[in-house]
Ligand binder design. Sequence first.
Ligand SMILES: [Zn+2]
Length: 386
Amino acid sequence: MEQLIANIEKHLHSICFHPSRHVGSPGVAAAADYIEETFRKYGYTDVQQEKFDTTGWRFGHMIFVDLDNGCIPVPGALACFFSQSTNVEGVPLWLTEKDLKNLDNIDVKGKLCVVEFFSDGADIRGRNGIAEDLDKLGAAGAVFISDAAYHTTCAPSSKIQRSPYLKQLGTAVVSETGAMYLANHKKNRYRLIIDADTFPHKSSNVIATRPGTGTKRAIFGAHHDAAPFGQAASDNASGVACVLELARLLKDQLPEWTFEFASFDAEEYCIGSNPVGSDSFVKSHPERKWEFFMNFDSVGMHFGTDVVHIGLPEKLPEIDSIYEKRPFKNAGDDRSFNCIGVPVLWFNTHAKFQDFHTPLDSIETLDMEKIAICIKEAVRLTGKIC
Ligand SMILES: [Zn+2]
């Protein structure tokens, strides 16, 4: 147990070292290299970085200040994932839900808009659509509100809006604290400066294979990319640490089985028609028939309930886990495998504090022992299923 915890800590510190692991960032490339290096160190010779097309995001800096209140920064503000550059100043135009349905008749050109609309946490596509409309109509900036029912009151989610198709719109997000500030100083003039852009990019899935003597095949996976800004320790350096340690522990077990250990990029992206991340991986290998996929995404947080979400349980033997069993989630890399009829077990912690996709998701939020127990449970269940 001590060795396992020491290894987990090393993986977390190595993966979380860079300030951001969003698609196209130096941090996500460094994480992929560390994962490849660790597989090799653990004795794997068949290790590939499989490339696929994405849109990368470069972020330089952001300034969002109240010009009529001593240029103080608006609290809890971040640039959104895939924002373009902007430099706009003025009294913000507040757009209500009703305005958003009638955008063609509102003059937004060159303006800084505040989207006064608490859309549901799952309604990412809705907010992307709003940003894309404002982009087409020539708005200069759009400020979204990160709902504390889904995120924290003090730190917003940079992923609340994430369209890689914006041409010129700068997009930012504020936490509830920031939204309250803007609402209480509605007549003030603000300045929003964002230095960022998008570019065509090749992302990498990192795959290590332990060939088996028989025909059966299973895969263990996690994603190493992250929402921009912060360590993204729980989402999802924690899952990658699980996959790396499973590769070590299962290396000489169940020799008839072919085991693949996968770390996917671009799970946080999931927009657009091109297959990316695990979806690209599955579509690139139509000949492979996996008996099951074990997914590790957001595990080991303090103040949370550990669960296992099971997809297509009828294709698996009865699962007798130490964790509460929950239905299929259809929310991440599990989707790509479920689509082709592969049963999925997703190990996940349902956390009380919704710090995911915010800069507060740091190593301090993780309980190393819980992650170690998750790895041991995955090894035990693999023995039962195989
Ligand atoms: Zn995520």
